[in-house]
Design a protein around this ligand. Structure first.
Ligand SMILES: [Zn+2]
Length: 308
């Protein structure tokens, strides 16, 4: 049996075909998200990728699942909006896919889909309650309770990046202040590094880079080399993530917290301070925080996992 997984993000649109009996992703394909053409161009591109994959493989398509970069209604059928592409407001994406592909369709926002993927196929296997967190350009997440995706009453559950940790903190893309994302996302780390370089006269490797190109990856690399300013900025962000995950653990008591996304590529430089900070706040002495396993396929497999 084949399941089609679609991953709709701000930069790329990807599709993969998963064989449930072999438990493998048979093939994947992708294209840049057509930002200019709105939702219509996005849907056309989705269908093109899907038809290409299906034409190259024999077997019966059983269902399609979508990881969508934006909020989704709790029924898993209607997109509320896209964070990147206009024209998706209240789009009945599942109905449309069912008409075009003649199979059942389900949708989840990308954090929820990734939580499902890691729970069914990755680092979250074997626990009943799971918190998944993406620590990347932004911070997102998803919650599994009793082996089931917990979307919340109106679909807003799992927004771990918008837990407000410091109401007087910096502005967040969501319009509030001091959300975890505003304090510790990749963009926030780059912003804080620029501020620190402007206000701190100490020497720093980061001064050799053009300010506009400065990214969280540069900060992590410089921190690893013992750069004082980079270390201070990085550790402060990691401390906030630790506080956020420890607090979230007190609400959910997850069997495991799985963390993926670009910031986790820093390895121990990420996980050691985050684990330390979280365990200081968590009531559960056995709180476990582990790296995600599915890498770049997490979106495609997230769509697939809505059917596993
Ligand atoms: Zn926010």
């Amino acid at each position: 049996m084949l399941i089609l997984g679609l991953d709709f993000g701000g930069t790329k649109l990807a599709a993969g075909l998963y064989d449930t009996s072999a438990g493998v992703l048979l093939a994947r394909t992708q294209c840049p998200t057509p930002l200019a053409g709105g939702a219509i161009a996005s849907r056309a591109a989705m269908l093109l990728l899907a038809r290409d994959l299906l034409a190259a493989h024999t077997g019966t398509l059983a269902a399609v699942g979508v990881s969508f970069g934006g909020p989704v209604a709790p029924d898993g059928r209607v997109v509320r909006l896209s964070m990147h592409v206009p024209g998706w407001e209240q789009a009945a994406l599942a109905d449309w896919l069912e008409q075009e592909l003649a199979v059942d369709a389900r949708i989840a926002n990308d954090g929820d889909a990734a939580a499902m993927a890691e729970h069914r196929l990755g680092a979250g296997q074997g626990v009943q309650t799971l918190l998944y967190v993406t620590a990347s350009t932004g911070i997102g997440g998803g919650v599994i309770i009793a082996n089931t995706l917990h979307r919340g009453q109106r679909g807003w559950a799992g927004e771990v990046g918008h837990m407000v940790l410091d109401p007087n903190g910096p502005p967040c893309p969501c319009g509030r202040n001091g959300c975890l994302e505003a304090l510790a996302s990749g963009l926030s780390i780059a912003r804080d590094a620029r501020i620190a370089l402007d206000s701190d006269a100490n020497a720093s490797i980061l001064r050799t880079l053009p300010r506009a190109e400065l990214s969280a990856r540069h900060v992590a690399e410089a921190a690893a080399q013992g750069d004082t300013i980079a270390h201070m900025v990085w550790q402060r962000a990691m401390a906030w993530i630790g506080i956020g995950l420890g607090s979230a653990a007190n609400l959910l008591n997850p069997g495991r917290i799985v963390v993926g996304g670009g910031l986790t590529r820093a390895g121990d430089l990420f996980f050691e301070p985050v684990r330390r900070g979280a365990s200081q706040r968590a009531m559960d002495p056995e709180l476990s925080i582990v790296p995600a396993q599915l890498g770049n396929d997490v979106g495609i497999l997230g769509g697939v996992s809505l059917w596993l």
